[in-house]
Design a protein around this ligand. Structure first.
Ligand code: ZN
Ligand code: ZN
Length: 437
C-alpha cells in the first residue's frame, strides 16, 4: 500500500529537461488505467494529464505527483481522476476539463470513497479533499484554446463517454496530442474522435492486437438474446457501468425493443441527468431524452420490487460487485428462465469474473452458486487495434507513444503495426522519463 508522504515519496526529477519535451509517467505507462503523465519543457513549464487509480483489489495508485499548478483531466472515469482530490488538497492545482467531466466528478469521488471504506482499502485523500477539488475546476468548451505560458492547449472530442476529451498541446516546437481514452467509432451516446494533425501522438492502447466485432452484429446478438429471455417468460439482468454503459444500453434497448418493460437502477440514473444537461457532448441529445423518458427509473424500495417483474433490468454495478445488481441477482437467481447479460469487461476478483469462471458470486457475504444463463457482450468504447493504427496515420504523427496498455499482450502488436507504418514508437515505463526532441 502506497501512503504518500508529500514531497518525500516522489521520484520525479528535480530539474527540468535540458532540451526537448519530457514526459514522465507516474502511472498508466505500462499498464491499463491508473494514469498520470507529467509533461515538462526546459523552462519548467509543466502540466499533469490525468491522475487516477486502478480500481483493483487492492487499488493501484500512480506514483506521487510533483507540484503542478495545472492538471488536465480527460474524462470522468475513476482510473483517470481517482487521485485528483489529493492533488487539489496537497498542491492547490487548478483542474481543467470539460463541463460535464467536472459535473460528474463529484459522484465518482464520493462513490470511490464509499467503495474504499466498504472494501477496507485506505485512500490517501478524504471527503474534505473532494470539496477542495470541486472548487478547483476550470472548465473549457471543446475546440476553444487557452494558454499556459507559451503552450496553447485545446480539448477535442474523444468519443468514449460524453464529455471525454483529447488534449492538444502546441508548444513553440511541437504539436502533441493525448488521446485520453478514445474511440473513433460512434456510439449511441457519442460521436467518434476525429484525428488532429500532430507531431507526437500519445495514444491509449487498451485494445492493441484485438479488433472489436462489428458494432451492428454485436448489438443484434444482444437484442436477440434479450428477446429469447423475454419470450420464455424471464427477466434479463443487465449489469452495466454507471458512466456511459448504462445509458448506451438503455438507448439500444429503446431503439430496437421499445415494446419491452425496461427498468434502470443505480448511479447511471444521475449520470444520465448530467449528460442531458450537457447536450453538446451527445451525438443525439433527443435520443437519450426519449430513451430516458421511456425506461422506468427505480427510485424506491417498492420500485425495486416491481422491477423483479420487468423484461429487462439495467443496473450497476457493472462487474457485479455490490450495488443493486447484486440485490436483483439474489432475487432472480432461483428461476432459470432469467438470464444475466454482462455488458463490459470483468476485472479479476470481481463478482462478474467469478460468475464467468466459476458460476459463483458472493452475495451479501455468502458465495452463491448461479445456474442462470450468462452471456457477455463487447460494448467497449475504446478504439480497437485497427482504429488505433488508422488514427495515428491520420494524425500524421511522426512519434507515437503507446500507453494505457498491457505491456505483454496489447502493446507488442501495436508497436509492430505502427512501426510498419513508419511511426517512431515509444513504449513508456512508469517512473522512467522520456524525451521528445
Ligand atoms: Zn482508462
Ligand atoms: Zn475511460
Amino acid at each position: 500500500m502506497v501512503v504518500y508522504a508529500p514531497g518525500r515519496t516522489s521520484n520525479y526529477p528535480d530539474s527540468p529537461p535540458d532540451n526537448g519535451l519530457r514526459y514522465h509517467y507516474l502511472g498508466g505507462g505500462n499498464e491499463v488505467g491508473n494514469v498520470g503523465i507529467v509533461l515538462e519543457d526546459p523552462t519548467s513549464n509543466r502540466l499533469l494529464l490525468d491522475y487516477g487509480i486502478a480500481p483493483t483489489k487492492p487499488p493501484r495508485y500512480p506514483n506521487e505527483a510533483p507540484h503542478v499548478s495545472n492538471a488536465i483531466i480527460t474524462h470522468s472515469h475513476i482510473d483517470h481522476l481517482g487521485m485528483v482530490p489529493w492533488l487539489a488538497s496537497n498542491h492547490n492545482t487548478t483542474l481543467h476539463a470539460t463541463n460535464l467531466t467536472a459535473a460528474i466528478s463529484e459522484m465518482m469521488w464520493y462513490d470511490c470513497h464509499k467503495v474504499s471504506s466498504i472494501e477496507g482499502y485506505p485512500l490517501p485523500w478524504d471527503k474534505r479533499d473532494i470539496d477542495l477539488a470541486l472548487s478547483a475546476w476550470k472548465t473549457h468548451p471543446f475546440n476553444e484554446s487557452w494558454h499556459q505560458d507559451d503552450w496553447k492547449l485545446e480539448l477535442h472530442k474523444a468519443g468514449h463517454i460524453p464529455g471525454a476529451a483529447m488534449l492538444h498541446v502546441e508548444t513553440p516546437n511541437k504539436k502533441v496530442l493525448f488521446s485520453g481514452d478514445f474511440d473513433t467509432r460512434d456510439s449511441q451516446l457519442t460521436v467518434g474522435a476525429k484525428p488532429v494533425k500532430s507531431d507526437v501522438l500519445f495514444v491509449e492502447g487498451t485494445y492493441g492486437g484485438r479488433d472489436h466485432p462489428p458494432k451492428e452484429e454485436e448489438n443484434q446478438r444482444f437484442i436477440e438474446r434479450v428477446i429469447e429471455v423475454v419470450d420464455r417468460g424471464g427477466t434479463a439482468l443487465v449489469p452495466a457501468f454507471a458512466n456511459g454503459r448504462t445509458q448506451d444500453v438503455v438507448m439500444l434497448l429503446h431503439k430496437y425493443l421499445p415494446e419491452l418493460d425496461v427498468h434502470v437502477d443505480g448511479m447511471g440514473k444521475r449520470v444520465a441527468r448530467l449528460q442531458m444537461d450537457h447536450p453538446e457532448t451527445l451525438r443525439d441529445p433527443s435520443a437519450l431524452e426519449s430513451a430516458w423518458r421511456w425506461c422506468r427509473r427505480v427510485s424506491s424500495k417498492s420500485d425495486r420490487k416491481k422491477a423483479l417483474d420487468a423484461d429487462v433490468i439495467v443496473s450497476t454495478s457493472g462487474m457485479m460487485d455490490g450495488g443493486p445488481s447484486i440485490w436483483y441477482l439474489n432475487r432472480l437467481r432461483h428461476d432459470r428462465k432469467n438470464a444475466i447479460l454482462l455488458t463490459g469487461y470483468q476485472a479479476r476478483n470481481t463478482g462478474g469474473r467469478r460468475l464467468l469462471e466459476e458460476r459463483r458470486v458472493p452475495i451479501f457475504g455468502k458465495l452463491a452458486s448461479i445456474e442462470l444463463d450468462v452471456d457477455q457482450y463487447s460494448f467497449s468504447t475504446h478504439a480497437g487495434h485497427q482504429e488505433i493504427v488508422q488514427f495515428a496515420e491520420e494524425c500524421q504523427a511522426e512519434d507515437v507513444v503507446i500507453y494505457h496498455s498491457d505491456p505483454n499482450m496489447a502493446r507488442p502488436p501495436l508497436v509492430d503495426a505502427l512501426e510498419a507504418n513508419g511511426h517512431r514508437v515509444h513504449t513508456p515505463e512508469n517512473g522512467i522519463p522520456g524525451i521528445l526532441d
